[in-house]
Design a binder for this molecule. Structure first.
Ligand code: 13P
Ligand code: SF4
Length: 367
């Protein structure tokens, strides 16, 4: 489902929640949590706003949140504070009795929208004709349920930023080539890290429907889908040069959704979990420039006053879709459960659920 689809089915938030004060909203959410107890679980991704993360029962990166969803059998409702693909993943991994709610249906992910079902089928047909059948598809979890289903059907698996290396290495042992969807940067960074040279990586452009590669096709090992994260693409080599010039002692840590040149020139790269753990373990007085979403960077700055932390790009904004989940929407979602009229249920169709689950389970078994 694209962001446009989601906007068309998103109901308008009642005026009451727009007008309510912060105190009112906080006390409503607290009261609903108290009344609902174990019946509701709130997972919160690290990129969520501070006002929302305070209510999360569990926080984590994409892998941790998928693991939590798969393990929880008690909660009747999972109010997912994250983006649409994460809520879909939770729906796929939970039982048919459990219901998943996304507080604001407009909380999509522009990267996930860069690969759709139709485009993927066309790509598969062209690529298997050009390169043969020995290709294993892998998809970053930042993709729709339909793409995970496609990948699961063809024997492939999902990956997250924290297990991408393990999963790509597994995939390269299984088949001669891999197709990595939809984030070209995570795919390139991971394969390069594993020793695949850039010259053995081709790019599939889903808009032009063409394989971009100069050289002998026999040499291609990794086919990267031409998708990206519009937030992480904003970190540049110029940002790195500026930090190196102005803060010579500063270490640079970035998310692997950043471009290859940026990751390559940084000191450390890793998932949101790794970024948090690295900063937590860093010495007092150490200096860090972080290349990831702004809500997380701000939280790290606040939680570590004894360390000097800045955003790698001084003009960064938060991820706008992650930011859609706010106090009014969380209060509305919680009240809707109390009123037995739950809003914004995320329900993946049975066919996609079946094959997407295969792809997710292949990952969880190796995570
Ligand atoms: P992590 O899995 O590192 O938390 O990244 C998730 C993500 O990209 C959300 O945009
Ligand atoms: Fe999607 Fe990028 Fe936002 Fe993550 S940060 S949800 S990949 S747009």
């Amino acid at each position: 489902m694209t962001i446009l689809d989601m906007m068309s089915i998103s109901t308008q938030i009642p005026e009451f929640y727009r007008q309510a004060t912060e105190e009112e909203l906080i006390s409503r959410i607290k009261e609903a949590k108290l009344k609902l107890g174990m019946k509701v679980m709130i997972p919160g991704h690290h990129y969520q706003r501070e006002e929302v993360i305070q209510f999360a029962d569990v926080t984590g990166d994409s892998l941790q949140l998928a693991q939590v969803a798969a393990a929880n059998k008690e909660a009747e409702y999972i109010v997912f504070c994250g983006v649409h693909f994460m809520a879909e993943t939770a729906d796929i991994l939970t039982t048919s009795e459990q219901k998943v709610i996304l507080p604001d249906m407009r909380a999509g992910c522009s990267m996930a929208d860069m690969a759709d079902d139709k485009q993927t089928k066309i790509a598969w047909e062209v690529l298997t004709t050009l390169l043969g059948e020995d290709i294993l598809p892998l998809t970053y979890v930042n993709s729709t349920a339909a793409i995970k289903s496609f990948v699961g059907y063809h024997g492939g698996a999902t990956v997250t930023s924290s297990n991408a290396k393990k999963m790509v290495s597994w995939a390269l042992q299984e088949r001669k080539r891999i197709l990595f969807l939809p984030d070209q940067h995570l795919g390139r960074n991971t394969a390069y890290d594993l020793g695949v040279p850039l010259e053995k990586m081709a790019v599939w452009d889903p808009i032009k429907e063409e394989l971009q590669y100069e050289g002998d096709l026999e040499e291609v090992v990794v086919i990267l889908w031409k998708g990206h994260c519009s937030v992480h693409e904003n970190f540049t080599v110029q940002n790195i040069q500026s930090v190196r010039e102005n803060h010579p002692k500063m270490k640079i840590i970035v998310h692997p959704e950043c471009r290859w040149e940026v990751v390559n020139q940084s000191d450390v790269s890793g998932s949101t979990k790794k970024i948090i753990e690295t900063i937590e373990a860093a010495e007092d007085g150490s200096e860090w420039a972080i290349g990831t979403e702004m809500n997380l960077v701000k939280r790290l700055i606040k939680n570590h006053p004894t360390k000097h932390i800045i955003s790698l790009n001084p003009n960064m904004c938060p991820c706008l879709t992650m930011n859609r989940i706010d106090l009014p929407h969380l209060a509305w979602a919680m009240d809707s459960i109390l009123n037995k009229e739950p809003i914004h249920l995320i329900e993946v169709n049975e066919k996609d659920k079946y094959y997407a689950r295969l792809a997710l389970e292949r990952m969880l078994a190796r995570a």
